[in-house]
Design a protein around this ligand. Structure first.
Ligand SMILES: NC(=O)c1ccc[n+]([C@@H]2O[C@H](COP(=O)([O-])OP(=O)(O)OC[C@H]3O[C@@H](n4cnc5c(N)ncnc54)[C@H](OP(=O)(O)O)[C@@H]3O)[C@@H](O)[C@H]2O)c1
Length: 298
């Protein structure tokens, strides 16, 4: 099976390369070979290579920058998925796509279900929602995984920023009123492979939207404290301790794009369809942190 993987150099894409090669031949063109902002280039590539499965891990993910670059964000997050979905519908092949907790307005404190009302607060969230809607409207076979707070041992992310700051500073202020679930890119790739295995080889996985995150919930402050606790337990020298991480409200950390306060995700649909129990976010963090420390020591 010929698989197109977009965004193979990103956090999730990097992990997907390892998982998807278990299912077929992965073609993962780099940005220099295929600029996904160029609609004609994408059409030409699809015609030339005729993939039998598409996994779209590419996106415009600079949440704050999207406020000043809405056209580019829309092209990558809405029009590209629509274009890939049109191809998948015509070829009757599966399209896997990744979406975000930022499609929700983040009101209340109840965990969100896949069919809860959307209401993005930012250009990034709005364009991600447009992508989800375009895929559903195309009628193609699709798995849309809505995930949150993605991090990995590679790329730029909160875990790596905190570890760097925690080595430099003896106290930090971190937002404590946004609640969500930190999700490692590796877990996203593993679940994708599991779901695709069922979707491709059985008829057990229905097309649609699935929340994908580990179990549990925390704030960014809670996430930071756990990073420092686990890093210290893994013999890392830090200037900061969890006790020296002060929680602040979002209002004291203004950003160009507004973030939802409530990003708790109900995982029942994924767990039921895949017959898995999602692991605790703290256990996933311990694994990813160990991987980062190992990478840094090489
Ligand atoms: N990061 C999060 O916290 C988060 C949270 C929820 C959902 N998600 C979703 O999860 C998915 C994966 O996110 P991620 O964190 O892995 O993203 P990422 O690390 O930012 O990777 C994005 C990928 O898209 C590629 N890309 C962007 N514009 C391109 C273009 N014009 N041509 C070719 N390639 C282009 C990038 O290529 P280069 O490497 O060349 O830049 C990169 O490989 C996305 O759909 C995202 O919206 C992410």
């Amino acid at each position: 099976m010929k698989i197109l993987l977009t965004g193979g150099n990103g956090q999730v894409g990097f992990e997907l390369q390892r998982q998807l090669c278990l299912l077929g031949t992965v073609l993962a063109p780099r940005r220099q070979e295929l600029d996904l902002s160029n609609e004609k280039a994408v059409s030409h590539w699809l015609e030339q290579h005729r993939p039998e499965l598409i996994v779209n891990a590419a996106a415009y993910t600079a949440v704050d920058k999207a406020e000043s670059e809405p056209e580019l964000a829309r092209r990558l997050n809405a029009e590209l998925p629509e274009q890939l979905a049109a191809y998948a519908a015509k070829q009757q092949c599966w399209l896997v796509h990744y979406s975000s907790d930022y499609v929700y307005p983040g009101t209340g404190s109840m965990p969100l279900r896949e069919d809860d009302k959307t209401g993005p607060l930012s250009i990034y969230g709005q364009t991600k929602l447009e992508g989800d809607l375009a895929i559903a409207a195309s009628g193609c076979l699709h798995l849309i995984f809505r995930t949150s707070w993605v991090y990995s041992a590679r790329g730029n992310n909160f875990m790596k920023t905190m570890l760097r700051l925690g080595r430099e500073r003896d106290s930090l202020k971190v937002v404590n009123d946004q609640i969500g679930v930190p999700t490692p890119a590796r877990l996203i790739a593993q679940v994708t492979e599991l779901a695709l295995g069922r979707a491709l080889f059985t008829s057990h996985t229905p097309s649609g939207i699935y929340h994908l995150a580990p179990a549990g919930e925390t704030s960014w402050q809670g996430f930071a404290c756990e990073i420092f606790r686990l890093a210290a337990a893994q013999a890392q020298r830090l200037a900061v301790t969890p006790e020296r991480v002060e929680g602040i409200p979002t209002s004291q950390y203004p950003t160009p794009a507004q973030r939802p306060l409530n990003s708790r995700l109900v995982l029942n649909r994924l767990e039921h369809e895949l017959k898995v129990t999602m692991p605790r976010w703290q256990d996933q963090l311990a694994l990813t942190l160990a991987e980062l420390i190992d990478l840094e020591s090489r």
